[in-house]
Design a binder for this molecule. Structure first.
Ligand code: SIN
Length: 297
């Protein structure tokens, strides 16, 4: 009888990570990681690299707990707590529930998060480095998230627009669209004086330099960016509208169609994002952690 040798088993102490770039202006899948186990330093370095290079990284089939999501997120920096405290996951203030679901007539999460293009928490002195969104429950139809590459947006700006914004700063305000959203949304309670104090407008450079790779990126989004500092209102409005339209050109966009247990980690310093929405009667629920970044420069 001939014995057939069994195939050699790979015994590498560091499970191999494979980064597969998408056929898109940004985005990559990180394969070979189960995030229920904390990545080793050797595994962590290529994740950081992929995040810088591809701006959005997708980890498939991550059946992880809130504690594991929080622990992994903390490897990148301190976590930010969202001002709408009522949508925190019970017992886990670091997690914002993004959901259109109501239980006993009450929304369990922020159902209209991301309905305008934005970079998370750009209205803070130190906006977010990146956000991790973990799918819990997905609709059968719709519910995609779109990401626009703001390095590309900057690099392809028409010359007159580039000149018009040179050295300029723009104001970012959480409150600017809040009342408007509140009129048509069950997810926007009246804010307390304390909450309002927490989200006072700030200004940031319109073009920022990414601290991780030195690349320049546009840093504006229609949700939170309200005006260009030092310009008359009409001029500011016109320039911002052109910047918003240019950023969201199809050639800058990757559209993420969610699969069960996807965890998507995006770079708020180099992309803006938009939730495409889903039919109201379909359930959608995801858990978000938000990592603090630097003051844009
Ligand atoms: C967000 O803006 O963080 C939510 C994005 C989404 O629900 O797709």
């Amino acid at each position: 009888m001939t014995t057939v040798p069994s195939p050699a088993r790979k015994t590498s102490a560091v499970p191999s990570i494979h980064i597969q770039a998408f056929d898109a202006p940004l985005g990559a899948e990180v394969r070979g990681l189960d995030l229920s186990q904390p990545p080793s330093d050797e595994q962590f370095a290529p994740i950081v690299r992929a995040h810088l290079d591809h701006h959005v990284v997708v980890f498939r089939d991550q059946r992880i707990t809130p504690e594991q999501q929080i622990a992994f997120s903390r490897r990148f920096g301190p976590l930010q707590i969202h001002v709408l405290r009522q949508f925190q996951l019970a017992g886990h203030p670091e997690i914002l529930v993004v959901s259109n679901i109501k239980e006993n007539g009450q929304p369990i999460g922020l159902g209209d998060a991301g309905h305008y293009w934005h970079s998370d928490l750009s209205y803070k002195e130190k906006p977010s480095l990146g956000s991790m969104l973990l799918a819990q429950e997905l609709p059968e139809e719709g519910g995609d998230t779109l990401f626009a590459n703001m390095h590309l947006a900057y690099e392809t700006l028409p010359a007159d627009l580039l000149k018009a914004i040179e050295g300029r700063r723009a104001e970012h305000s959480y409150l600017a669209k809040y009342e408007e959203l509140r009129q048509r949304s069950p997810w926007r309670p009246a804010l307390t004086a304390e909450q309002i104090a927490e989200v006072q407008p700030v200004d940031h450079p319109i073009v920022r330099t990414h601290p991780g790779n030195g690349r320049k990126a546009l840093f504006v989004g229609e949700h939170f960016t309200t005006r260009i500092v030092g310009l008359p209102d009409d001029e500011s409005r016109e320039l911002l509208d052109r910047l918003f339209a240019h950023s969201a050109r199809p050639e800058h966009i990757y559209r993420h169609h969610w699969q069960a247990h996807d965890m998507v980690f995006w770079d708020n310093r180099s992309v803006i994002h938009l939730a495409a929405g889903c039919p109201d009667h379909m359930r959608r629920r995801l858990n978000r952690t938000t990592i603090e970044g630097d003051a844009p420069a």
